[in-house]
Design a protein around this ligand. Structure first.
Ligand SMILES: Cc1cc2nc3c(=O)[nH]c(=O)nc-3n(C[C@H](O)[C@H](O)[C@H](O)COP(=O)(O)OP(=O)(O)OC[C@H]3O[C@@H](n4cnc5c(N)ncnc54)[C@H](O)[C@@H]3O)c2cc1C
Length: 457
């Protein structure tokens, strides 16, 4: 029986310079080692939960390492079996979200005055990596990440009333937030989105009426709020298509007319919902507008570099989890009288995957560091930041894909079995390649902005 131990309460972390909300000390009991129901010989040697961390942590700050240790402890009771079951039954991991909220983690990169911890995107990135790496994968990350990044533009550009009414509730976990940008008819050409917000005067005061359709909106079923991007001035009436878009922080009130949602059946990360959301003259108060009308695209851009860093961290976490699991299997699984890891055809792809992850890790934390430093250091240009954040997301997504694919192949037939988790992570590792911006569009961006090649679209 595993022994319980006392978790260090936050004040001890604070002594090391971390400003996180206080939490009561509590008993932490490591989950019991899982066993498999079938008789595959290698299966008996494995835990469904624990795995060795293989990332080199040299060069991380003490704060980042403390965040990693503390978030790991919160994730530990949520075993791989928990994530397998939630994936299979498509059940929202509400208790996982609540556990992170209870520790104050959802406010990691939000101002202290609003209940957050006032840390940076570097710390938020390592938190998201740790969540994915715990075995929770993209599902665990997606259950919380909207609350971390979609609130950034609100914290920066929202009115005092908006900030104070929404952010503390999100940090406490009372309300969840989703991000409503993608549309079926616009795709990656965001500036061509067609959802419109029309301002009207009613006896209830000034309102906007929203009409249009969003797609792939993560957590819309469980979210109380949506950060919505909609057109307030027709594209024909603006100088540039980036003008005339506005950002709103709206209630998703399912009891009101004009709002419908349909859950999308998807390949992976099935614990979290993804949705089509339909608006048909859905009425929202005018004071839900964030910042100036028609300037929403600039506002939302602010959150996009941060989002790329977080996604890069999540991809890394997934990749390291899969690779650690593959290496453990390669050490233990005996075929032809020797561990399969003795075969270089198994060992070399895993070693190669490790170096790809380590390279992507350096790019990711470089980008996150630039993001945080750019607030005070004007020598960090938007161009340098955009290149660093996009490159990091690309490299981490590709490295994760390589690691997850090789993890499945290393397991042979058992790589296809849900009990070994690597098939779940493989299904999930496609997400950072597609979203929030596809790998092709990042290649376009680097080709055009860095190499000065002619724009291809
Ligand atoms: C699991 C999941 C969760 C998501 N969550 C959210 C969310 O919460 N909120 C939200 O707003 N969105 C969300 N998205 C949407 C995601 O951001 C988009 O799917 C992504 O931006 C790609 O857009 P698209 O699907 O419309 O692809 P399309 O624009 O239709 O592109 C299709 C393909 O064509 C390629 N392509 C298009 N144009 C070019 C070009 N000029 N050059 C080269 N290649 C090109 C693309 O790279 C891609 O491979 C999510 C998506 C997924 C899969």
């Amino acid at each position: 029986m595993a022994q319980c131990r006392l978790i260090i309460p936050w004040p001890a972390y604070r002594a090391n310079g971390i400003r996180l909300p206080p939490a009561r000390p509590r008993r932490f009991c490591p989950p019991a080692t899982g066993t498999f129901s079938h008789s595959h010989p290698a299966a008996r040697a494995f835990s469904t939960t624990a795995h060795r961390r293989i990332m080199d942590t040299t060069g991380f700050t003490d704060t980042q390492l403390d965040v990693r240790a503390a978030v790991s402890q919160i994730c530990a009771p949520f075993s791989n079996t928990y994530w397998q079951e939630h994936d299979e039954t498509q059940t929202d991991p509400a208790d996982f979200h609540a556990a992170l909220a209870a520790g104050g983690w959802l406010g990691i990169a939000l101002p202290e005055s609003l209940g957050g911890s006032g840390l940076g995107i570097s710390e938020a990135t390592i938190m998201m990596q740790t969540i994915a790496e715990s075995g929770a994968g993209m599902a665990g990350a997606q259950a919380v990440h909207g609350n971390v990044y979609a609130t950034q533009p609100l914290a920066r550009f929202g009115s005092p009333a908006q900030r104070e009414s929404v952010i503390p509730r999100v940090v406490k976990g009372e309300w969840r937030v989703c991000f409503g940008v993608t549309e079926p008819n616009a795709g990656l050409d965001t500036l061509r989105l067609r959802t419109v917000a029309r301002k009207v005067k009613t006896e209830r005061g000034d309102m906007y009426r929203i009409t249009g359709q969003k797609i792939w909106i993560t957590c819309a079923q469980v979210a109380r709020k949506m950060m919505l991007l909609a057109r307030t001035t027709p594209v024909e009436d603006v100088k540039k298509p980036s003008e005339g878009l506005s950002l709103f922080c709206i209630d998703l009130d399912r009891t009101k007319p004009g709002l419908e949602m349909r859950r999308i059946k998807k390949m992976g990360g099935r614990a979290v919902d993804a949705n089509e959301v339909f608006f048909d003259d859905y009425e929202i108060p005018a004071d839900t507008l964030v910042g100036e009308e028609d300037k929403g695209f600039k506002i939302i851009l602010h959150g996009m570099n941060a989002e790329r860093c977080l996604l890069a961290g999540e991809a890394l976490g997934l990749g390291y989890a899969a690779l650690a699991r593959a290496a453990a299997y390669a050490r233990e699984r005996v075929v032809f009288g020797r561990p399969i890891g003795m075969n270089q055809a198994i060992a070399h792809p895993l070693a190669d995957a490790y170096m790809r992850l380590e390279g992507a890790k350096l790019a990711t934390y470089h980008a996150a560091r630039l993001f945080d430093a750019s607030k005070a250091d004007t020598s960090i240009t938007p161009h340098a930041l955009g290149v660093a954040c996009n490159s990091a997301k690309y490299m981490a997504a590709e490295a994760a894909f390589a690691a997850c694919e090789r993890a499945v192949l290393t397991h042979g037939g058992m790589g296809y079995a849900a009990e070994f988790d690597v098939e779940r992570w493989f299904r999930e590792c496609l997400v950072p390649r597609i979203a929030p911006v596809s790998r092709e569009m990042i290649l376009n961006y680097i080709g055009e902005k860095v190499l000065e090649l002619p724009r291809s679209y």
